[in-house]
Design a protein. Structure first.
Length: 121
């Protein structure tokens, strides 16, 4: 079965880079959102198997509030944070809330695809 991935990332450059890495890893069904509100809406409509979430997003919701909103839609949401934010408190909070993995930028193909495969099984 083909897995659908939603990437929520405000930087078009970063979004395209992530999508290219996913495609190289064999994940071709990728949906894009450039802010938290759009991401939540696309999650609700498209029901992807996995969400890749940047924490520095414009507008509301942003950061881990996006993940909290996704959990309200689906308590079993699978999410990997892909962010430049390296603060231990943020990483710990994300994992405590139920984020499956936390990847810091810059992202490598090996790291991204390895984590995606782990989470999607």
């Amino acid at each position: 079965m083909k897995k659908r991935i939603l990437t929520i990332e405000d930087s078009m450059f970063e979004r395209k880079a992530i999508i290219n890495l996913l495609r190289k890893g064999g994940y071709t069904d990728v949906i894009e959102a450039e802010n938290g509100a759009e991401g939540v809406e696309k999650y609700r409509k498209e029901k992807p198997d996995l969400v890749l979430l940047d924490l520095r997003l414009p507008g509301e919701p942003a950061g881990l509030d996006v993940f909290r909103a996704l959990k309200k839609i689906n308590p079993a949401v699978k999410c990997i944070v892909v962010s430049i934010v390296r603060a231990k408190e943020t990483v710990d909070e994300a994992l405590r809330l139920g984020v499956k993995a936390y990847i810091t930028k810059p992202v490598t193909e090996q790291k991204l695809v390895t984590e995606v495969k782990k989470v999607l099984g």
